[in-house]
Design a protein around this ligand. Structure first.
Ligand SMILES: [Zn+2]
Length: 256
């Protein structure tokens, strides 16, 4: 088993327009669409949009039943859906400040979400580890095991709340340790700096940092010189270039 990268995008049509890679798409982007004009020709994973939801409302306003219904609809109408994130509770400092709850609460709610969603859909809903500090993640592993999960037997275990911790040696050590225990890890939002340190301990990662980079830089891809858009924040050309550059920089060997 090698390492796979899921390219984050707001454009579900890439699933049939640009096959040959994996994609990571959020329910936030998909849920407003009535239907899809094509079927996925590429494997993909579904993000629940937890960061957006918790930052906006300080809690989940979407029921597990509604989210599970949509997971099933995406699996049926688009196909090729490898797994879905649960309605997890991130533990970054800003999200904890927003919800006013403890790390232990966030961890408990995350496990409850995985359990409930697994009763509501046959699409694989992955357990996600959350924490503010490395030891929190270790405690979360124990809480999952106490709740009846066998994490080493799970095909994918997510590691959340690490987007802004690409250089954090404590998180890198944690990831290596968990991989050493046989966990098949997906690092949410991990890109160049984080992947340089730990890609060999991961099964997969995702990022759509390219989109923000395109938006902020306002440098358009050469192939977009005559295109009508202001930025390449939603352009496949730009995303592919970003990915190819990152892959060369990190030096990972990819399995699609
Ligand atoms: Zn463009």
């Amino acid at each position: 088993m090698g390492f796979a990268f899921y390219l984050g995008t707001h454009k579900p049509q890439w699933l049939w327009q640009y096959p040959g890679r994996r994609y990571f798409i959020s329910d936030v982007q998909l849920r407003t669409r009535k239907g899809f004009r094509g079927r996925a020709a590429a494997p993909w994973a579904l993000d629940s949009g937890g960061y957006t939801e918790l930052n906006k409302y300080g809690r989940w306003t979407i029921s597990d039943v509604d989210y599970a219904k949509r997971i099933n609809r995406y699996a049926e109408s688009l196909g090729h859906l490898l797994w879905a994130a649960p309605q997890d509770w991130m533990c970054s400092h800003e999200v904890l400040a927003r919800t006013g709850l403890s790390v232990a609460d966030h961890q408990r709610f995350t496990i409850e979400s995985v359990k409930r969603l697994r009763q509501l859909t046959s699409v694989q809903v992955i357990p996600v580890l959350q924490g503010a500090e490395p030891d929190d993640y270790r405690r979360h592993v124990d809480l999952y095991e106490a709740a009846g999960f066998s994490l080493a037997n799970e095909p994918v275990v997510g590691v959340g709340s690490i987007v802004k911790r690409q250089r954090d040696g404590g998180i890198h050590a944690l990831i290596r340790e968990l991989a050493g225990c046989g966990l098949h890890l997906h690092a949410f939002g991990y890109k160049t700096l984080g992947l340089r340190a730990v890609w060999e301990s991961l099964r997969s990662a995702d990022s759509m940092a390219w989109s923000m980079a395109a938006k902020n830089s306002r440098i358009r891809h050469p192939l977009c010189a005559n295109a009508g858009h202001q930025t390449c924040a939603n352009c496949f050309n730009y995303a592919k270039q970003w990915f190819d550059d990152m892959k060369a920089d990190v030096g990972f060997v990819e399995q699609v």
